[in-house]
Ligand binder design. Structure first.
Ligand code: UN1
Length: 511
């Protein structure tokens, strides 16, 4: 169970309810769900999950709230998000602590995740005064041709365990300033984090009479809840973060009713290490990206593509880091690698390493750590696997700290290896050669949504658009102009003359 003070700060009462229609909540009528801490396997909380037949009433409430919310001026909507960001600032420690407890992130990363929520709130506040459209030159005299953006409707947000609060916030903060309502289906592995966010946001809503509480709704349940949201014509946009398997189901379901989906799915991210690279920087970046969040970020570094002249030396240094890294209770300040989320994650890691061996890979590390770590949790040493880039296992995204090492001779070859996987989220090159850096970032370079130079694959800022190509799903969240997907575009042609000229010069004279 979680500490009573922490629960109180975050508004978590003794009885947890799975279905939240704004400030009103009702118990789920589905199966029992127990949230365990990956730190030591202890149960943190239990509740009855929502059943799919409970989804319709939430969507109805969300749609009706949308009807009112879209009429509130965008800067006023921004004021609500500003206050939410301020509350997050005040409760950063508490929420980060819950993230650490429920998904096992080290403290620094838990706090970083809440900071990411604060950052997106700030971004959204600014955006609330900048939802701009275009004025386009009309081919007709005394005509004005413009584009404006209108609120879209309820947005379904499906999130994964590994960013149990930030990914919802990326979506919610933008959706709210855009005038949309939000219905959240969080991971079953992190229900408490979701409940805490819902409680915090409702605290802000209480202060502001013009904000309908149902602009923030939450349904805790399994895949059947995600499916019900995806099927509903009441939800014009479904934003889903998670596995390719899940994303494909969401995409197909939403496409069937010709809705819109925003997908942020698997990554299989590579770092190219060139001869001119600053090896110290590259070492820190590779270690953080490979090991951060125990290799369970969609941006985690999974493949190191090293020039043959530097591969041996660099991999020896990296192995030393992996071998001596402090592994254990994520709450202790010197620990850099916390637990895997659960037994399934460990099974997947073991199976991937076995497959790698069978495919000719040389595996270093990757063993389970049992000494000096809390019992009941799953702790592993990161693995470095020397393997051919053609081995089938390197096509797979295994959510664990496994780093495959390939060697290359020519940069074109490294870029080809970078691009040969089905996923296309993040990529990085370490070089001090301008020509190499630019080649990597240009049209024939990395095919990923993110291509970095002398920066690792993970830890993107919220100011730019975040997402990737190919099986990553093509969606873009957070910064830049990602807000446009949360709105509908209207083209307006206004004739302020006294004649009716037709476009394309067509004549259609009635007399
Ligand atoms: C994710 O793993 O789903 O770039 C999101 C990063 C973080 C977000 C990761 N800002 O690593």
């Amino acid at each position: 169970m979680i500490d009573i003070d922490l629960a109180r700060r975050l508004g978590l009462g003794p009885e947890l309810l799975a279905v939240h229609l704004g400030k009103a909540a009702v118990p789920g009528t589905g199966a029992r769900l127990i949230s365990h801490s990956p730190i030591d396997g202890h149960p943190l909380a239990q509740l009855a999950q929502a059943a799919p037949e409970q989804v319709a009433s939430v969507l109805e409430a969300s749609r009706s709230a949308f009807g009112r919310w879209r009429q509130v001026p965008a800067p006023v909507r921004g004021e609500f998000v500003r206050r939410f960001g301020n509350l997050l600032r005040a409760e950063k420690e508490a929420l980060a602590e819950l993230v650490t407890l429920e998904v096992g992130k080290i403290r620094q990363e838990g706090q970083g995740e809440v900071q990411e929520m604060i950052d997106i709130c700030d971004f959204a506040v600014g955006l609330s005064r900048q939802l701009d459209g275009k004025v386009i030159a009309s081919e007709r005299r005394l005509h004005r041709l413009t584009e404006q953006w209108h609120p879209l409707g309820p947005v379904g947000v499906i999130t994964a365990f590994n960013f149990p609060v930030a990914v919802w916030a990326w979506n919610a903060a933008l959706a709210w300033v855009c005038g949309d309502s939000v219905v959240w289906k969080p991971s079953e592995k992190a229900p408490l984090c979701a409940l805490a966010c819902q409680m915090l946001v409702q605290r802000v809503i209480l202060e502001l009479p013009e904000v309908p509480s149902e602009i923030s709704s939450l349904i805790i349940g399994g895949a059947d809840i995600g499916a019900a949201i995806s099927r509903s014509h009441d939800v014009p946009l479904v934003s889903a973060t998670g596995s390719v398997r899940m994303g494909r189901i969401v995409a197909e379901t939403v496409a069937h009713r010709l809705g819109r989906s925003l997908l942020e799915l698997g990554g299989n991210n590579a770092l190219v290490l060139t001869p001119s690279a600053d090896k110290d920087l590259a070492l820190r970046a590779a270690a953080f990206s490979a090991v951060g969040t125990a290799g369970q970020r969609c941006t985690s570094l999974r493949r190191l593509i090293a020039h043959h002249s530097v591969a041996d030396d660099f991999s020896a240094r990296l192995l030393k880091v992996f071998g001596t890294l402090a592994i254990g209770d994520p709450r202790s300040p010197d620990v850099l690698l916390g637990p895997l989320i659960d037994e399934h994650a460990y099974e997947a890691m073991r199976a991937a390493l076995e497959a790698a061996r069978a495919q000719g890979g040389r595996v270093h590390g990757g063993e389970r750590v049992e000494a000096g770590v809390p019992s009941g949790g799953i702790y592993v040493r990161p693995a470095l696997v020397e393997i051919a880039a053609s081995a089938p296992i390197v096509q797979e995204e295994t959510f664990a700290p496994i780093l495959y090492l390939h060697r290359y001779d020519r940069l074109e070859e490294a870029i080809a290896i970078n691009n040969q996987v089905r996923q296309g989220l993040s990529s990085s090159i370490f070089t001090r050669d301008l020509l190499e850096a630019e080649l990597f970032c240009c049209a024939v370079g990395s095919d990923c949504g993110i291509a970095n130079v002398n920066v690792g694959t993970s830890g993107a800022e919220i100011g730019a658009a975040f997402g990737g190509e190919k099986e990553t799903g093509g969606g873009r969240e957070s910064g830049s102009d990602a807000w446009k997907v949360y709105m509908r575009r209207a083209t307006n042609t206004v004739n302020f003359g006294t004649a009716l000229p037709l476009a394309q010069g067509i004549r259609f004279d009635l007399e």
